[in-house]
Ligand binder design. Structure first.
Ligand SMILES: [Zn+2]
Length: 420
């Protein structure tokens, strides 16, 4: 099978025009498909999502969540540990692995750092590592106990896996949006930016002490970016990511008290958002995530201060990337942050269009328009501010290991990439 005339993004840059660059599958007769005007991207790698399975399956489960991911062009998803019960032991990891056999896309598992994510007792990290977790996190809960966090990092360093840290001081980081001019104007109880950066500095210092790889999840403030930039310069083993929605919305956008915009960390101020752009451009920020966090309508359709934090994100990720590129950030850089860079960060053999890699890729039409609606959304939940909005660009088909998991191009069977 040959895809002709496409703009192929190899994980770093686009190849187009006269470039003779086709994708074939083993054991297939040559057959041509003209993809003129379309993009071929490596399958997107989303290293931070909440699939709600087990225990919260009214919101999402492994099947609906990965169907939603496939719809958005994501071929690998990291399932965070804050399920009910938490993914905090070997048996739970094996359960997710077993159930993921039927998932639409690849699922990687992030194990909890402490039992029940309660911050009191470490999990059996070695056993969970043997069962196949890709990192450890009590995401949603910052581990306040610095001594326990130090021990966790020592183990993580030994196992050679990262700790993914949700940086938010437990006492200071309460409130429903970012503290500032707009929280005052809107009358919403808010959390200051330093609730995040205080926790970031603690993690930097402990990483310096233990040499563990600490990955700071969803940075959202200028102070955090500045601290991480300096830590990297100092040779400390710190990496970080940013949520795609933090690159689009700011605290001002909460004027309508829309609970689908209530997220944690909250929308940044305009100044913080500029710092996030700068962090992306100088590669202080290593990856972009969705933090896909489904909640049912019953949970979200309440007063702003009563609503839970979370936004769904799989199905609009590429559209949001196009929106951010409109603000002057190079689209190649943004695409790299959802393909080759996160794959590199977690040592995954994907995120690139490259000979010999599993055929995980996406065909995307940057010009096609569609409307996000309850009918198009594949997730069980619809908590997105893009509901009923017209999106630019549409995923045409998604392939995982050569198998089409979304779209209407014919099935090519299992395959490995072979470049002509
Ligand atoms: Zn988090």
């Amino acid at each position: 099978m040959i895809f002709d005339n496409a703009n192929i993004f190899d994980g770093e840059r686009f190849h187009k025009g006269s470039f003779a660059f086709n994708i074939c599958f083993e054991d297939q007769d040559d057959e041509k498909l003209d993809l003129d005007g379309l993009w071929v991207l490596p399958g997107l790698v989303d290293t931070h999502a909440h699939l709600r399975d087990p225990g919260q399956t009214r919101r999402e489960d492994l099947i609906s969540g990965t169907r939603s991911a496939a719809h958005g062009g994501i071929t690998t998803v990291f399932a965070m540990s804050n399920t009910t019960p938490a993914i905090d032991n070997e048996a739970m990891v094996l359960y997710i692995k077993e159930k993921s056999q039927h998932a639409k896309v690849n699922v990687k598992i992030v194990g909890a750092l402490t039992k029940g994510r309660e911050g009191k007792e470490l999990t059996e990290m070695h056993r969970m590592a043997r069962a196949g977790v890709v990192g450890f996190s009590d995401d949603g809960n910052f581990l306040n106990d610095a001594s326990l966090a130090r021990h966790a990092m020592e183990y993580a360093h030994e196992i050679d896996l990262p700790i993914i840290s949700h940086c938010q001081d437990r006492d200071l980081g309460v409130g429903h949006m970012r503290e500032g001019w707009y929280s005052t104007l809107y009358g919403i109880y808010a959390m200051p930016d330093v609730a995040e950066s205080i926790a970031v500095s603690r993690e930097i210092e402990l990483s310096y002490l233990t040499k563990a790889h600490v990955h700071i999840a969803h940075v959202s403030t200028a102070r955090s970016v500045k601290l991480i930039r300096q830590a990297k310069k100092d040779g400390i083993n710190i990496t970080c990511d940013v949520c795609i929605h933090h690159l689009i919305f700011t605290d001002e956008d909460l004027h309508d008290y829309d609970t689908s915009k209530k997220i944690n960390p909250p929308f940044p101020t305009a100044e913080d958002q500029i710092a996030l752009y700068e962090g992306l451009e100088d590669e202080t920020i290593d990856a972009i995530i969705t933090d896909h966090a489904p909640y049912t309508a019953e949970e979200k359709e309440v007063e702003f201060q009563l609503a839970p934090f979370g936004i769904i994100g799989f199905e609009t990720l590429l559209n949001e990337i196009l929106m951010v590129s409109q603000k002057g950030i190079k689209v190649e850089l943004l695409l790299k942050k959802v393909t080759s860079d996160p794959a590199k960060l977690y040592k995954l053999n994907e995120g690139r269009i490259q000979k010999g890699l599993p055929a995980n890729f996406v065909i995307f039409d940057p010009d096609q328009k569609w409307i996000v609606s309850r009918n198009t959304i594949q997730s069980k939940s619809t908590n997105t501010p893009f509901l009923n909005r017209t999106m630019n660009g549409k995923v045409i088909a998604t392939y995982v290991n050569g198998r089409q998991v979304y779209g209407n191009v014919e099935n090519f069977g299992k395959g490995i990439l072979r470049l002509a």
